[in-house]
Design a protein around this ligand. Structure first.
Ligand SMILES: NC(=O)c1ccc[n+]([C@@H]2O[C@H](COP(=O)([O-])OP(=O)(O)OC[C@H]3O[C@@H](n4cnc5c(N)ncnc54)[C@H](O)[C@@H]3O)[C@@H](O)[C@H]2O)c1
Length: 273
């Protein structure tokens, strides 16, 4: 690896599985002092031990626990350079017409309140240690366009984009960058749960993708790595959409890109094929 995060202290929530776990491994390999956090203490501690990293058990829907995870990172490494608000779940599914207010509240607490807590407590720490830092949060394509995710999940992920923009303009004063990543389907345990198993989620993700292959969690970790690194020192307030071009190509994207065999592209001049 290239030491692109050499010496940086990085706290990752939801680090026991999927995108968070791949990010922890990649960031550690790039020289970061990684601190893992998760509500699943057993899996989180196991990965932390493997990476020789710290672990802070926390439910991200509880502000005091997110704050404690930030404090733990600073106690262990003396500072915090990067916070990744990654923990998440699908939450309540189904029609808005049938959604209970308590399920709405719980889903927003885990997916959106958590990001507010992470930005608030990591931002305070970064300000108080003299400024500088990168705060990253997981949004979703469901927060960018309508109709691709469960209703409340989509609201929460749109909120992540909004707080990213707002916090970025406020915290720029302290040289703190705030960005988000919005993937479409990525093959992780979260998506396996929705489609039944790994084979089914891989097939679904590949079928949806204009590029014809399923996005893997390491690819999202690589996007986070760029945003966390000094290479992105002038990138702030943005949400990087990682969706193989789906959202801008529209519903016909898969049909268009997969129609080579059917001859669609064969009718175009060679330079466009
Ligand atoms: N996989 C996808 O297709 C996809 C697409 C877009 C966005 N995302 C987002 O990426 C993030 C990571 O998702 P993933 O696919 O890696 O899922 P995952 O289920 O593999 O991992 C999520 C982790 O979050 C933890 N977690 C859940 N609730 C928590 C809580 N209240 N407090 C602390 N930790 C909690 C889980 O224990 C788990 O380790 C989520 O925010 C998700 O919404 C995922």
């Amino acid at each position: 690896m290239n030491g692109r995060l050499q010496g940086k202290v990085v706290l990752i929530t939801g680090a026991a599985s999927g995108i968070g776990a791949h990010t922890a491994r990649l960031f550690a390999a790039e020289g970061a002092h990684v601190v893992l956090s998760d509500i699943n203490a057993e899996a989180g501690q196991r990965l932390a031990a493997e990476l020789d990293a710290g672990f802070a058990a926390a439910d991200v829907s509880v502000e005091a626990q997110v704050e404690a995870a930030v404090r733990y990172s600073v106690a262990r490494h003396g500072r915090l350079d990067c916070m990744i608000n990654n923990a998440g779940m699908i939450g309540v599914i189904g029609s808005i017409l049938d959604t209970d207010a308590k399920d709405w509240d719980r889903t927003l607490a885990v997916l959106l309140d958590s990001v507010f807590y992470g930005i608030k407590h990591a931002g305070r720490q970064m300000r108080d240690q003299g400024g500088g830092g990168s705060i990253l949060s997981l949004s979703s394509l469901a927060g960018v366009v309508g109709g691709v995710g469960p209703q409340v999940y989509s609201v929460a992920k749109a909120g992540v984009i909004a707080i990213t923009r707002g916090a970025a303009s406020e915290l720029a004063h302290y040289n703190i960058r705030v960005n988000a990543v919005a993937p479409d389907l990525v093959v992780t345990p979260l998506v396996d749960q929705v489609y039944g198993d790994r084979a089914a989620s891989t097939e679904r993700a590949a079928a949806k993708s204009p590029l014809g292959s399923a996005a893997q969690p390491l690819e999202i970790a690589e996007t986070l790595l760029y945003l966390a690194s000094d290479a992105a020192r002038h990138v702030s307030a943005h949400t990087v959409v990682v969706d193989s071009g789906l959202s801008t190509a529209g519903n016909s994207a898969s049909a268009l890109f997969h129609s080579r065999e059917a001859g669609f592209l064969g009718k175009l001049p060679a330079q466009f094929q």
